[in-house]
Structures are given as structure tokens and as C-alpha cells.
Design a binder for this molecule. Sequence first.
Ligand code: MOS
Length: 730
Amino acid sequence: MEFSTPAGTNPADRSRVLGKPTPRIDGPLKVTGTAPYAYERHDVAQGQLVGYPLGAGIATGRISTMDTSRAKAAPGVVSVVTTLDMDALPIPSEHHQVRLFGGDRVDYYHQAIAVVVAETFEQARAAAGLIDVAYEPANDAFDISKAQNRLGDGAVEPEVSVGDFESTFANAPHKLDRIYRTAAQSHAHMEPQASIAAWDGDDLTLWTSSQMIQWAKEAMATALGIDPERVRVDSPFIGGGFGNKLFVRSDAILAALGARAAGRPVKLALPRPFIMNNTTHRAETIQRIRIGVDDDGRILALGHESLSNAVPGGEGEDATLQSPHFYAAKSILTVNRVFETHLPEANAMRAPGEAPGHMGLEMALDEVAEMIGMDPVELRIVNDTKTDPSNGKPFSERHFVECLRRGADTFGWGERNATPGSRRDGDWLIGHGMAGAYRDGPAMTSAARVHLQPDGRVVVETDMTDIGTGSYTIIAQTAAEMLGLSLDQIEVRLGDSAYPISAGSGGQWGAASATAGTYAACVALRDRIAERMGVDPDTVTFEDGSARAGDTVRRLADLAADGEIVATEGMSFGDFRSEHMTATFGAHFVELGVHATTGEIRVRRMLAVCDSGRILNPVTARSQVLGAMVMGLGSALLEHVAVDTGKGLFANHDLASYEVPVHADIPEQEVVFLDTVDPVSSPLKAKGVAELGLCGSAAAVANAFYNATGIRVRSYPITLDKFLQDLPSV
Ligand code: MOS
């Protein structure tokens, strides 16, 4: 069915199950270690061998020779497949620019160039080290800061241009013109990319870890040159993805090639030190932000230019994405440009574009507020808008000001000392900071199949994924609500390409889309049930395991006694939706301490207030925002994959040297959801929250650091080397 008009009242509004704080239904499987992750699917295919990858030791050039004789003779080795054994495999997705395997060309460091298949992991790993490779390296430049002077040279067409930015900015009474830098980041999901591949003749089954099942199926078919109908992908549990599992990676290709060569199923996990160069990362950015305001803080001119690394042909990390839409600027200019280089491929990472974009923009606004002596919360309030300044479209729902006011109240913002570096708690300098948050609220076509079984229970099947987000739970809640059942009467099956195609997990569209698809399938099932009762579907209500139409009441179990009733249906989203801007809003508040002598930074409190439409499950939604806030703290203070600008690789490519927050780094966190609904977004009036929580949270930490110390560090992450010398003398 099509979602073609704003949602009116519908069965989901009863909120008997939906909207209730519900622990995740897959929780017991996870805490008992019995949720089957890709690498642990021991039972799905007999005789599994183990694959181990070899990565290129240069960033760009070609391979002249590979000698596999020692590897092939090593104990336990069954087969060795090298990149020279075949032509370059087609790039598996239009969202990528580099190949995953095949041919003699090297386009990035740790590009997969061989897979060794052996009886055991240790044998495969040892043999991979025995492959001798000779390279002919090519030259490239890898230092993005050398391209910084191109910001503002006018050589690239603007993404968005509203009004006459340059002259409006030049004539503005108050002007800010600054450069901000954000670091390259790695997704650092807990579960590595892993796949088990098994061939049955020309049919391939792939048990893997993927956010997007249908994309994975099509990508495998494209890369291997087979019919997509010959590929099955199964990924019921995923240990984090953050965008790095939107697309098939080398684990899947190598497992499939290794399995074909060995004639047996092969499992392969990418070793952690391999992931950061071999897969994708968030590009580093250099952002030039120019803001001109009047005496009342109204934005007259907003210029945001972003420069990021990208492989040749890539789009880079567009940090300007939020800037045309968020605030009521009179003139706007955004420019996205890339520095083309043979670093590993930059691609989507949670809130791509907006996450680093807010790190620049929301720090710049903090600077503007200080420049004109205005409270940063007030500055954002005076620049609120009900229509998008770049296209004039109305926001379907926008409660940004309420986020700011509610957050300021809850946090005690009024007690903040606005003078930087002037509040102490013993040896600690105390600071408070805040930031706004804006993220698109997309929805995508999504389908599901629902079975009413003879025992009265309902099974939902969809290829939707649960990457730790809570998809299982909100889909079960949706079905229970629609069919008048309790949660324990619903079974949800996810992640199998044999099920109807869903929206998948990405871009914070998963929750709104997959529950819409489940809603559509449940509406279709309700129609079937009414048909079986011989009544008008519009007159039937579902409650307590029964369907009622007038005086007729039938148990669902009785209706299905002679055989299950099945309905498959999907939801697509009509054009009317694009007449509005459907977006999510938030406000972040942070308190931290900076040790006056050592410069150690300890975040003390974090608060996020979110406006995301109906919150389908406050427990799982809250977890999404908490995790995003942790990621924001990491972005502000820790995370940085360091480019070896000589060799073109990420030097700190493991979790010993790429630092992410641990529990000891994380303070008290609070999340408040505004009680809003968005009828334009989806039948359930819901929007996503997972990326919203990352937008602005890092800037709020950085702004609190400034308030604590009076030192403005405009290059993330804020590490000791960047400010220790500037700390006030003790
Ligand atoms: Mo998200 S970066 O679209 O998985």
C-alpha cells in the first residue's frame, strides 16, 4: 500500500503496546550468548573451513608477482586464491568507487589481494604470511591539509546558494570566519565483518553481518557475475554496523571465492587490524564556516564549505548537509569539495555529513553567541524557522525551540557561568556547553509477511535487520498493537533474503520504515481475517486475541484452526511526503571538568532532548541516543584514525591505538523525548533517533570545554597536545 496522505487515526494510535517501555525481546538470547552471529553459525553448513585475508602493503600501484608456493605447501592449507587469478571483479554497488578483489591494481592500503583457506584459523593465518608479493608502487599525495587553501576559491559549484551570500556576509554587522577540522574515524563496531559462504552448485548462501540484506544479495550477484536469484543472504543478528555494514565487504567476497576454490563452506572474519584500512571510514574534514549576524543574533549570512578526502570519483563527507535547512538564514552558501587521494575509501558512517557538520557549525554558533554577548540557547531560538530557508518547504513537525527550552530547564542551564575559565571545583575547571541537533527523517519502502497460526500466535517475517537497534522489539510491538495480541504472542524473524524486502537499517530510516511495512502487512492480514469472518474489514476491531465485528466475536486461533492465514504487503511512501521537510530535532547539554594541572578532561553530565515524532519504544530509542552520545563524546575527545601522509594508510588501525570511549569515560546521561507525533512521516507517526543523537553531541562537549578553559580548540578531537600549553597557569 502507499502512504499517500498524512496519517489519520489508526489502530496504531491505541498505544497499548506501542510506545510502552519494552525491554528488547532478543535480550535473553544476547545475554546468554545464544544469539547466532555470522562467524558462529556452526550448524548451518557442514565441514566449514577457515579463510584468512591478505592485504596489500602499498596504497597505490600494482602487483607484479605473487608467489603462493610456500603458502600452498603449509600444513592444513586447502586452497589459495589471489587477486592475480582473475580480472577485477565488478564494483558491487553504485555507492562505491573501488573494487573489492581481482586484478593487479592496488587502489588502497590493505586492499584484499589473497585469501588462504585451511582447516583451522591458525593454519590459514600462518600460511597467509608465507605469500610473497612484489609491488610496483605508484605515487600519490595523502595530506589533505595541503588542499585547505582551495576552500573559498570558487572553483566548485555550490551545493546550495540562497540570496547573495558574499555581499550579505561582507555587510553583516558581526562576522565570524573560521576553519574547523574533524578527524577521520572508524566505525569500530564490536562484531567484525564476517561471513560463511557455501555453494550448492551455482547457488550461494551467505551467512553474514549486513545492515541491508537486499543490497547484499544484489552486490554478491554483481561482484560474482551470477543471477541474484541464486544468492541467499542471512543475517539475523548484527553486532553493530554504523554504516560500515551497509555494503558487502571483502569478507563476503573472499569467503565465496575461497569456498568455490575449496569445494567446501568457508568462514572468514576480517581481523580487527585489517578492518580500518580494508573497509570504509568516515573521511576527515576541513570546514570553513562564515556566519554574519545582526545585533539581535539573526543570521544574515551562513556560509559552510567542506573539504574531505575521497577516492577518485568519490563524494567525500559532505559536512554542509544540515546547514541549508536548520536555521533561518537570509542568505546561504554551501560548497562540498573533495581531495582525491588513494587513501582507503571513505563512505557512510552514522549521520554521514551531519555528524562532522554539526561539530563545525554548532561550535561556530557558540563562537557567534560569545562574539555578540548572547546566550547560545537564545541565539538558536531567535534563528528558529517553520519553513526550510533553502527551499521554502514547511517542516511537517518541528519542535526545536521546545527541545532547547526543555533541555535548558532540565539541565539547569541558567546556573551556567558564561565567563569562560571562571568556575572551579577543587582542582577542576568546570564548563557547560550546548548544541542544537538536526537530522533528516527519511522513510523507505518496506514489506513484511505476517502469518496467523492455528495456535493464535503471529509470525512476522521481513528481511529487516536489527543491528543492535531494537528492530525485533518494535516490529513485534507493531504487530501486537495491530492485531490485539500481547507481545509474547508475536514471533519476529529478520535478516533473511527469503523474506519480503524491507528498508533495511541505515540513515535512521529503519524504525519508521520497517514498522510501516509491518503495519501494511497487518492491515492486509486484518482484511483476510474479516473476509474469513464474512464481515466488512472496516467494522472489525482486534483485542485480547479476538476479532470483533458488531456482535460477532471470534478467537483468532479459531479462525486459523483450519490453516494459517498469511498476508504479505509493503508500504511505499508517496510524493506528498516530499512537499514537506520531515526532520528530527534535538538539543544537547554537557557539563565537564578539565583538570587545571594535567588537562585531563572528564565529562560529568550529558543531556539530550529529542523531537522525533512518536517514540515506538522508549527503552530501545533511549539506548540509540545514549550510544550516539557516547559516540559524540568519542568524536570530541578521542577518536582519530591518523593518516600516514607518506605511505597513505591509517597508522593506528586497531583498537589498542584507535581510542573509543569506555565505560569509565561515560558520565551520567539523560535522554528526554518530546511527546510529539508526525503524521506526515509514517502511519505510526514515527521518525528515527539513532543519528540525531550523534548530531551536536560532540560540539556540546567541545563548547563545554571552551566554557571550562577559555581555550577554543577548533580541531577535533580535543587532545592534550592541542591545549596543554594554553591552560591558565596554576
Ligand atoms: Mo548509516 S551511516 O546510513 O548505517
